[in-house]
Write a protein that binds this ligand. Structure first.
Ligand code: DP6
Length: 334
């Protein structure tokens, strides 16, 4: 292997049609396809260095050395890369930085594993196709498959490791959609997505949610391609509500909404009735993603800042694909 170190950057993404529940938990083959937009500027930057002197994998996130489960998850992922790059047996040092709050429904694992997929592969001397990077990222975190291609993205559920990957359906400049994220909580959530996916089959509503997913995907895909905001808003809110209904009716039940989340959802519906192009969606956390058209952004920021419990507003426009960051030659040779 000639290159031992590589750095990659990937955006987080927000799902319009959600991934919730797997057909195969180990391989992260989802029960339904999903649709998302990359969040430009909300990034994870990850460097991987394979080093013959290391006696174990190391993982540093936001300048803090990680142990236990987070390290194990990264190490298991590196095993996949080592297996693909026949002959690579060295342990690696992984250093990752997110520029947004971790663990509060902004899907930090998506950006993290998309960047790790590119960085680790290149550091191990692999040269894969975008589909293969997406499928590989999926093994680390399902939603990470969608942070590999650019712009507006669809994860084709597939049924096997090779055919479950994401593709871009439109470039970032296709639509002036903005995600204005109302942060109501920045701490770590009580139940992570991985545990949540495993609980999905215990909800009597999950089968109905999954059965109707192809219809919602069709409507949402068409609305994006035709830039039809009204249709988009209705289907995105329905899909978010369906996923949270499944979460709330799982055993044990998962309630991610707080009073502030609910207040924002009610206000957003009202604002839309008043003519503002805005709708909401929430991931596995209480933060409310307010999706709006660019001309309405300022007004929405003003209104949202007045809602009780809103601590911070983040703004993201459609983002590009995951990519490598060139490194100085001296570092590559290290
Ligand atoms: C609610 O991709 O974070 O954000 O595969 O276990 O890492 P793992 O789960 P993850 O699940 C994302 C769930 C969601 C919806 C979505 O992004 O589609």
């Amino acid at each position: 292997m000639t290159i031992h170190t590589a750095t990659a950057v990937a955006n987080a993404n927000i799902a319009f049609i959600k991934y919730w529940g797997n057909r195969d938990d180990a391989l992260r083959i989802p029960l339904n396809g999903s649709l998302s937009m990359n969040l430009g500027g909300l990034t994870s930057r990850t460097t991987v260095r394979f080093d013959p002197r290391l006696t174990a994998d190391q993982f540093t996130l936001n300048q803090q050395a990680q142990h236990g489960k987070p390290l194990q998850r990264v190490s298991t992922f590196l095993d996949l890369v080592r297996a693909k790059a026949c002959g690579v047996t060295w342990f690696a040092e992984v250093t990752s930085e997110n520029n947004f709050p971790t663990g509060a429904g902004i899907a930090s694992s998506a950006a993290a594993f998309a960047a790790l997929s590119l960085a680790a592969s290149r550091a191990a001397g692999l040269d894969l196709s975008e589909r293969e990077y997406s499928a590989l990222a999926r093994r680390g975190s399902g939603s990470a498959s969608r942070s590999v291609p650019g712009g507006f993205v669809e994860w084709l559920s597939g049924s096997r490791d090779e055919d479950s990957y994401a593709v871009s359906i439109a470039p970032p400049d296709h639509w002036n959609l903005v995600d204005c994220i109302a942060v109501v909580q920045t701490g770590h959530k009580a139940t992570g997505s991985t545990e949540g996916h495993a609980l999905a089959p215990t909800s009597p509503l999950q089968a109905a949610r999954v059965a109707d997913a192809p219809r919602r995907l069709d409507i949402c895909r068409r609305a994006i391609l035709q830039r039809d905001f009204d249709t988009f808003a209705e289907i995105v809110e329905l899909d978010s509500n369906l996923m949270h209904a499944v979460m709330m009716t799982s055993t044990p039940s998962l309630f991610y909404w707080t009073a502030a989340s609910l207040e924002l959802m009610n206000q957003i519906r009202l604002w839309r009735k008043q003519g503002l192009p805005v709708c909401y969606t929430l991931d596995a956390g209480p933060n409310v993603h307010m999706l709006c058209l660019e001309p309405a952004l300022e007004e929405i920021q003003k209104r949202a800042a007045q809602v009780g419990g809103v601590k911070q507003l983040l703004t993201a426009r459609p983002g590009g694909k995951a990519d490598w960051v060139d490194q100085p030659a001296a570092q590559q040779a290290a």
